[in-house]
Design a protein around this ligand. Structure first.
Ligand code: ADP
Length: 421
């Protein structure tokens, strides 16, 4: 499976999961509203039953709905022409609650408009209540124009949630399953990503080693011919080829080993005074074969020939070699400018090329280990994606910074900054 297909699958799965979660939450809210309504109906029916049992209303033609109100989510008040006795009210209320399945605790109180206060109150625990018996505290007065009974359900929300047990448990199971799926997908994606990196690495490795080995094989076959001893020029040329390719292979192996062995450990830095011009010249020597191969133009601009820096010579040279190699690799007709100098706070080395450039969105990734910009068919430059990672580690070890300026199609500039102190 290609990584773009996998990305699409992951994206679709994420959208689908989000939709499922939204729909499930929507249904939970709907069920809650439904249960709330159901509870409300049951309470109203119980109150109607109490009205009929205790004949609390002098005017039977009065519409029942006008006698009852719910001033808050947990409160009901109902008008009573005659306030019943506390015990008979609580007895009938309990009976009606049982009939209409209102099985949560309730506090009741009777308000007298003449006395302007609640004249009695009682806590009615539900049959299977889990809550400890409670004191009847002061009630708010919602309406003081008429005698009325107030009902307060302190645990109404928990009771409604309790009625939704099935929905809540099934939603939790669904969410856990979705989280499990998301985690598996993440690991699968990561595994796939790692295996692609590995595949790329093996491909690049094969390419990097196959070509020099093939060249060496041909050269050694030429050298094996007996007639070669009579052609000293040819002998020297082919010996040179084998020497160059061996050096190239040695460099590659050395770099790979360095990158692998110094994994995650800090580089050991030994600072000394170094001559910037010399450092750049030595780095250029290392990439001379590539400069020749590409017929590259290289300009060196150093403040003064004796411009001094204080850094780890071997590592800094390696960083410059890596940047020069990239500048050459990623430019078709290279014109490279190398600058070095000292500002107030930093020593700097700039390497500017006129190559293919780097799109802005990739810049944050190029320093990651094994990262290579996906270029499709644009170019087929080979590499291991280790060079810039190593440069970053060298500069990090100096507490320095790397700045990248790049315009696709125009070129790239890497600026290494190493603090003076
Ligand atoms: P590689 O071995 O692929 O060159 P690097 O770590 O050196 O690995 O670079 C990472 C990626 O950054 C490269 O694959 C390349 O796409 C991009 N890159 C680095 N330097 C340049 C440059 N000077 N111009 C254009 N692209 C570059």
């Amino acid at each position: 499976m290609r990584s773009s297909t996998l990305k699409l699958i992951v994206l679709l799965a994420t959208i689908l999961t989000t939709l499922i979660v939204i729909v499930q939450l929507y249904w939970l809210k709907k069920v809650y509203s439904f249960e709330e309504k159901q509870f409300n109906n049951n309470v109203v029916r119980s109150i109607r039953g109490v009205f009929e049992d205790l004949q609390m209303n002098d005017n039977p033609s009065m519409i029942f709905q006008q006698l009852i109100a719910s001033p808050g989510p947990n409160y009901y008040i109902f008008k009573a022409d005659t306030l019943p006795l506390k015990d008979s009210l609580s007895f009938y209320l309990q009976r009606e609650f049982a009939d209409f399945n209102v099985t949560t605790d309730c506090k009741l109180a009777a308000y007298s408009k003449d006395l302007k206060k609640y004249i009695y109150a009682k806590y009615i625990p539900a049959a299977a209540t889990n809550y400890p018996g409670q004191e009847v505290s002061d009630f708010p007065v919602f309406d003081d124009d008429f005698d009325h009974i107030l009902l307060y359900f302190p645990h109404r929300s928990n009771y409604i949630l309790g009625q939704m047990n099935f929905w809540i448990i099934s939603s939790i199971i669904l969410f856990i399953t979705l989280i499990g799926l998301a985690v598996s997908l993440f690991y699968f994606y990561r595994q796939k990503f790692l295996s692609e990196i590995q595949k790329d690495f093996v491909n690049n490795f094969t390419h990097e080693f196959k070509t020099p080995l093939a060249v060496m094989k041909i050269a050694s076959e030429v050298l094996a011919q007996s007639s070669i001893v009579h052609q000293p020029d040819k002998l020297q040329r082919y010996t040179e080829i084998i020497k160059n390719q061996t050096e190239h292979l040695q460099n590659q192996v050395g770099r790979l080993l360095k990158a692998a062995s110094s994994d995650n450990t800090d580089l050991h830095i030994e600072k000394e005074n170094i001559n910037a011009h010399q450092l750049i010249e030595q780095a250029l020597d290392k990439v001379q074969p590539l400069i020749e191969e590409k017929n590259a133009k290289v300009e060196i601009r150093v403040g003064g020939t004796s411009e001094q820096m204080f850094a780890d010579k071997a590592h800094l040279e390696l960083a410059v070699v890596n940047l020069l190699e990239n500048a050459l690799k990623y430019s078709s007709d290279p014109h490279i400018v190398v600058e070095a100098g000292k500002s107030e706070k930093d020593f700097f080395i700039k390497i500017k090329d006129n190559g293919i450039g780097i799109e802005k969105k990739y810049i944050k990734n190029i320093f990651k280990k094994f990262y290579r910009i996906p270029t499709g068919d644009v170019h087929n430059v080979k590499g291991f994606g280790l060079g810039l990672n190593f440069v970053k580690r060298i500069i990090d070890a100096h507490d320095g910074k790397i700045k990248v300026n790049s315009i696709p199609g125009i070129g790239t500039e890497f600026k290494l900054l190493i603090p003076v102190n």
